[in-house]
Write a protein that binds this ligand. Structure first.
Ligand SMILES: Nc1ncnc2c1ncn2[C@@H]1O[C@H](COP(=O)(O)OP(=O)(O)O)[C@@H](O)[C@H]1O
Ligand SMILES: [Mg+2]
Length: 388
């Protein structure tokens, strides 16, 4: 139906393009008494270092199954999962446990602390298992982590002696025991009252500020709004929320298809996303931070024509402004420079030219709404340049 066919071949390092987490064409079929049941279908997902990604979707849609593919708790029926340089889908059970212990912190809805160990012992366990830190250091480190989640005074209690919210805080401290770069959490606030849930969520926000990458399943749509990017799982397929918001006129099928071809990118404050005059090859939707559209006046001054924020898109203009809607992003040049805002930098999801063109060729309302935006921007630009 659409242009680009999906490849199921092994991703090269170049294909992986520096993303910290990649799921490529991942499918999972369970054998059940009633016959095979496909819980994940051809899932593609890319996550950048430092991103806070929420996984949302109805109960039974496949969220936990998706996380289990990332953590190696379960294996895909087909497809590939990379975390950093590690092809997780190829690890043996023994390798998997060691790898997971060092690289992932996992937080579950029901905490899953070991009931016969004290809280501090629960936190030391992953360090013992992975031989991380000198044995004498482990207790001190565990106490520091308990301090971070404000639980030091309970260190020697058993899990059953503390509340659910406190258990979850300890579970987060345990997830951090080996200082993993990535935290994966499956409805970590799902079993907590709203005030406690807020505290726990703030802990996660603090971890992202420290540079951790977090993938979190959540039922709580208010919380999902506070992350960098949300991914919707629907009947075992993944679609990007920002894409759905930017293109509200696309059908679910089109959104799922386009989501397979989305790549997140990060641009440092002040860096150029593209130059005026360059060949347009991508379309961008901002997920975090801001981008500035910079124009050059006839007398050679650079002016910031617009500041674009999350949910807004750019990169569509050149062909559209000339009314050549369907041949979009082909042949023409960029008419402005776009740079990452100096104060925030910018994170975007991108669609390549073929995907973008296929989308607007398939959806007249989408083309119309893009045309409208482009016309408006074109007029604004003209007016601004005249004023100068
Ligand atoms: N081990 C399993 N065997 C058979 N079916 C499963 C198994 N695990 C999950 N499923 C099914 O796969 C679907 C997705 O489950 P899950 O990923 O747990 O959904 P979510 O976390 O979104 O609620 C559900 O229909 C569920 O019943
Ligand atoms: Mg679940």
């Amino acid at each position: 139906m659409f242009g680009r066919s999906k490849t199921t071949s092994t991703l090269s390092k170049a294909d992986r393009n520096g993303h910290l987490i990649i799921m490529h064409a991942v499918a999972k079929t369970f054998k059940t008494a009633a016959g095979p049941f496909t819980a994940l279908k051809n899932v593609d997902l890319r996550v950048n270092r430092g991103e806070f990604v929420a996984i949302i979707g109805k109960s039974g849609s496949g969220k936990s199954t998706l996380l289990n593919m990332l953590t190696g708790i379960d294996r895909p029926t087909s497809g590939e999962v990379y975390v950093g340089e590690t092809p997780v889908h190829t690890l043996s059970e023994g390798q998997m446990a060691k790898w997971r212990g060092r690289n992932l912190g996992i937080v579950f809805q029901f905490f899953q602390l070991l009931p016969t160990l004290s809280l501090v012992e629960n936190i030391m366990l992953p360090m013992d298992f992975c031989h991380m830190y000198a044995p004498r250091e482990r207790k001190r480190r565990a106490m520091e982590l308990l301090d971070m989640v404000k639980m030091t005074q309970h260190a020697n209690k058993l899990p059953s002696a503390i509340s659910g919210g406190q258990q979850q805080r300890v579970a987060i401290a345990r997830a951090l025991a080996n200082d993993p770069p990535i935290i994966v959490a499956d409805e970590p606030t799902g079993n907590l009252d709203s005030k406690t849930a807020e505290h726990v969520f703030e802990l996660f926000e603090g971890l992202v500020q420290q540079g951790k990458t977090i993938v979190m399943v959540t039922h709580d749509s208010d919380k999902a709004k506070r992350v960098h990017r949300a991914v919707i799982v629907s009947d075992g397929e993944v679609l990007e929320e920002y894409l759905a918001r930017a293109f509200s006129t696309l059908s679910q099928e089109q959104l799922i298809w386009a989501s397979h071809n989305v790549e997140p990118e990060q641009h440092e404050p002040g860096s150029i996303v593209f130059h005026s005059g360059s060949a347009p090859d991508q379309f961008y939707i901002i997920t975090r931070g801001a981008a500035e559209v910079v124009l050059r006046t006839p007398d050679g001054q650079n002016i910031v024509a617009a500041r674009l924020t999350p949910g807004q898109y750019f990169g569509e203009t050149p062909a559209l402004a000339r009314g050549a809607s369907v041949a979009l992003l082909r042949g023409t040049e960029r008419t402005a420079t776009v740079r990452a805002a100096l104060d925030t930098g910018v994170e975007v999801i991108t669609l390549d030219r073929n995907t973008f063109n296929a989308l607007i060729a398939q959806s007249e309302p989408t083309r119309e709404s893009l045309d409208e935006t482009a016309d408006r921007r074109y007029a604004e630009t003209e007016a601004l340049l005249k004023k100068k």
